[in-house]
Design a protein around this ligand. Sequence first.
Ligand code: SAH
Length: 293
Amino acid sequence: MSKRRAVLLLRERFRSSFFAHHRDRRTSIHRPRAVDSPHCSSAATYSSSRSRASPRPAMEAMTHNGLWSSGASDKNKAMVEQLQRYGVIKSTKVAEVMEAIDRGLFVPPGASPYFDSPMAIGYNATISAPHMHAACLELLEGHLQPGMRALDVGSGTGYLTACFALMVGPEGRAVGVEHIPELVASSTENIKKSAADPQLKDGSLSIHIADGREGWPELAPYDCIHVGAAAPQIPEALIEQLKPGGRMVIPVGTVFQELKVVDKKLDGTVSVRDETSVRYVPLTSKDAQLHSN
Ligand code: SAH
């Protein structure tokens, strides 16, 4: 069996078991509104299992009121454990970081933060599904060591940028670039409530309003570049800003997209391989994104 087929099967197995497990325990699953919007159904990643979910008003009320009881971190922990159980998270460090950064702080009120699905965050954007965040952290872990530099293009809610900050630590640098100013503002607020707040304060984590197709040259080169939106092709500026020995993970394509792993060797040569098929929102201009419906 090809590696890609194995990954798809594993993902399907994980998804079925994840939802079955949570349904049985009557935890916080409901069908996200994202599914109803034409944009998000096309932009949503791995949507096939969502129709099995059912509403849970108690969770809705809790998130609407912004009241985060200790139950929230228990649910975040359960989500991480489930991702470990099904082999999506293998690294202890990735698990620790995803436990420390409560996804519930980054998902808009009314959504179910621990449900394994992408969710609408406004402005025709989505927060990626937990298993996609976990998969990207796993792919990038070797390039997110303490002291390293990480660039998160299309930082959206700020969730992954916050995870990157914890991975590289205060002696490293985590940089988010997002072209919707309102998302930059809300992501900064999200991060302030999270375990990554000290790094926002000490300047080792920053989020910038910019066109991510140009990267963030001021702090280049980067050991790790993650792109959270699908580009028609790999932007040249991002390849340039990748450090020799560094790795970029980027979804590429329009209708059909592949998650590409781009490695820059120490001699500067670049290799690209396909990891898996995905569906992300496009890496595009602000105008095109806001008028895409
Ligand atoms: N990793 C983020 C993904 C958000 S969705 C998360 O999980 O929260 C992709 C994001 O890319 C959106 O927020 C969108 O506004 C942003 N985006 C799209 N094109 C962009 C561009 N050219 N420059 C910067 N950000 C862009």
